[in-house]
Design a protein around this ligand. Structure first.
Ligand SMILES: Cc1cc2nc3c(=O)[nH]c(=O)nc-3n(C[C@H](O)[C@H](O)[C@H](O)COP(=O)(O)OP(=O)(O)OC[C@H]3O[C@@H](n4cnc5c(N)ncnc54)[C@H](O)[C@@H]3O)c2cc1C
Length: 240
């Protein structure tokens, strides 16, 4: 597995308690496919704990983004994330990868139905961005659930991608409380929501990424609705 050392270039808040970290890949041969992940190891971090200094992260940026890769994470008071938040710009992290086969299927006749809860959006954002930039013919429908509008990362980006890509549509939904200003859906991703927006469920390739409980719930839902088990792709964020 190739190993790289990429300096931290930029960090930004992209939703409530959610940050993106940009790393400079210029001058290297690093390449990845949209949807893949890497192991990130902090070098000389200010905080450490028994969980160690390495975490896998999906890359949330498109492979077309020049000279940088981006990861996005919910911030917590863990040693790893405190270190990531405080490390100086320019400091390197060790990156091993890319890894994984959570990538867009080839047969564009099959629609992609993407089911994301919270931070599970990261590899899907990369795939949808890439599909849009490359004018891929795949029909893509994203169901994206968060607790609140403030916790919904990349909403503006998805609104822009929808304008640019006639094959892409998304249903964003919030699960906690009522938000009168929120123009999208309320409530969990459920049978009714999927049936309303996905015409031929048995032909679709399903994608679900995120914390294991969320992924299990989404597999159960898709299977109950008649999804072909061979056409369900998952990326479990074990560690959550
Ligand atoms: C293939 C893959 C891709 C991934 N991609 C992403 C990604 O794109 N973005 C992302 O954020 N993560 C991703 N993860 C998960 C990531 O690697 C970390 O495991 C996760 O972010 C938690 O790291 P941590 O430092 O916060 O917790 P750790 O320090 O690793 O926490 C250890 C344990 O404490 C628990 N814990 C710690 N803090 C809290 C808290 N506040 N509330 C509840 N429980 C807590 C955790 O559940 C865990 O069991 C991915 C994992 C895999 C395997």
């Amino acid at each position: 597995m190739p190993i790289y050392h990429f300096p931290l270039k930029k960090r930004e808040e992209v939703a409530e308690d959610t940050m993106s970290f940009h790393f400079d890949t210029s001058g290297t041969d690093f390449k990845f496919k949209a949807g893949q992940n890497c192991d990130f190891t902090l070098e000389d971090p200010p905080y450490t704990d028994a969980e160690g200094t390495t975490r896998p992260f999906s890359l949330s940026s498109s492979p077309n983004l020049k000279d940088e890769i981006v990861i996005t994470t919910r911030m917590r008071e863990t040693a790893f994330k405190k270190s990531l938040k405080e490390m100086p710009l320019g400091a390197p992290v060790k990156v091993e990868g890319p890894m994984g086969s959570f990538t867009l299927h080839k047969d564009a006749m099959k629609p992609a139905v993407m089911l994301a809860g919270g931070i599970g959006i990261t590899p899907l954002k990369s795939i949808i961005e890439f599909a849009t930039e490359e004018n891929l013919p795949h029909r893509i429908i994203l169901f994206y659930s968060n607790r609140t509008p403030e916790a919904t990362a990349f909403l503006k980006e998805f609104e822009e991608l929808k304008k640019r890509n006639p094959n892409f549509d998304f249903v964003a939904t919030v699960t906690e409380g009522e938000f009168p200003e929120w123009p999208y859906a309320h409530g969990r991703i459920d049978e009714e929501m999927l049936k309303k927006h996905v015409p031929e469920i048995s032909k679709a390739v399903f994608y679900s990424a995120g914390p294991p409980q969320m992924v299990s719930a989404m597999i159960a839902l898709a299977t109950k609705l008649g999804a072909d088990p061979d056409l369900i792709k998952t990326e479990e964020f074990s560690g959550y």
